[in-house]
Ligand binder design. Structure first.
Ligand code: FAD
Length: 304
């Protein structure tokens, strides 16, 4: 970034910009190099102002949520990295059945809020470790539920600083993705449930959490499922049947409990995880004739 642009950003946003901020603490893998500019807006109007300046400077923008689905490369991220923090984390009851949640609100907090308000439909969010913004981009879900099923609308601000409301009907949602234009930043979402007994909602949440605990590793540095499940197949099964389970590059390993979960056992680098990803992809292709597509997002500057 040009030094005079950097200087102007620092002058205009003295308290909300960090230079060369280590990004490893913002990813569940606990990996990743620095952000050239790291911005945590105080509110929507500050975000709009920042975006308009970035547009003038022609700066590359990257948005991160809770980082539970994102591998950040070792060389870090050039341009500006934006993270919505506490001011964008809230839950409001709009009416009897509709919750408005800020994009930075953790999914499990929305699920707890819904329980408090006796609303069913949000139980699955208790076991997804991301934020509402990330959940919408990924159309996250489990146990035959996904966020698009309860979504009414989202409020966004685009890279030019313009605000917009998208209704669910304006967008396509599919397995781990959406047609929302890439330059839209999600600010908040309205989600709809229905009235139900608190006891039954709580029971359903507990049941989902127990199922997850049994099937997936906990307390490890991972970003969940590395690959999407191919149609009528399971990525973990293909990985296992291709003999990849014991592969590793340094501390980048495959979970014993669920072999679609890749893990940083402590001292891996992002490039170790990427090498593991590429090796597994080519082994599965060779052994099973199936190309595995990434579910996790890999961002940042490539080493090669
Ligand atoms: C242990 C574990 C279990 C998991 N289980 C599941 C599961 O059962 N089901 C499932 O679907 N996923 C699962 N995941 C993956 C992950 O939690 C989800 O994909 C989650 O929704 C990602 O949200 P995030 O906020 O962490 O997004 P991030 O990883 O930070 O970002 C993901 C994408 O969303 C974009 N993004 C984030 N916030 C915004 C915003 N405000 N505006 C625009 N773009 C934004 C980012 O640019 C990026 O492209 C699991 C992960 C872990 C670690």
């Amino acid at each position: 970034m040009k030094s005079n642009n950097l200087k102007e950003l620092k002058t205009k946003f003295p308290n909300d910009i960090l230079l060369n901020e280590k990004l490893s603490k913002y990813s569940w893998f606990n990996l990743g190099g620095p952000a050239e500019v790291f911005f945590k807006p105080k509110n929507e109007s500050e975000l709009k102002k920042f975006l308009k300046i970035c547009k003038n400077f022609n700066l590359k923008l990257t948005i991160i949520g809770a980082g539970s689905n994102t591998l950040i490369r070792d060389k870090g991220i050039k341009g500006a990295t934006i993270k919505l923090g506490a001011p964008f984390s809230f839950c409001n009851l709009v009416n009897n059945e509709i919750i408005e949640a800020g994009a930075a609100t953790l999914d499990r907090k929305v699920s707890s809020f819904a329980l408090e308000k006796s609303l069913t439909g949000f139980e699955f969010l208790s076991c997804i470790p991301g934020s509402i913004g990330g959940a919408i981009i990924m159309n996250s879900g489990c146990y035959n539920e996904e966020i698009s099923k309860i979504l009414i609308s989202i409020k966004t601000i685009n890279h030019s600083g313009l605000e917009k409301i998208y209704y669910k009907e304006d967008l396509d949602f599919f397995y781990r993705g959406t047609s929302l234009p890439k330059d839209e930043i999600i600010i908040s979402a309205k989600l709809k449930g229905s009235k139900f007994s608190k006891e039954k909602i709580s029971e359903k949440q507990k049941n989902y959490l127990n199922k997850k605990k049994l099937a997936q590793p906990t307390g490890v540095k991972t970003c969940g499922s590395t690959f999407k499940n191919p149609e009528n197949n399971k990525a973990w099964k293909l990985i296992k049947e291709s003999g990849c389970q014991n592969l590793n590059f340094g501390d980048a390993k495959i979970s014993d409990k669920h072999c679609n979960f890749f893990i940083n056992e402590g001292h891996a680098s992002s490039s170790d995880i990427e090498k593991l990803i590429k090796t597994v992809q080519s082994k599965v292709l060779k052994e099973q004739g199936i190309k595995l597509d990434l579910e996790i997002k890999v961002i940042g500057d490539s080493i090669d």
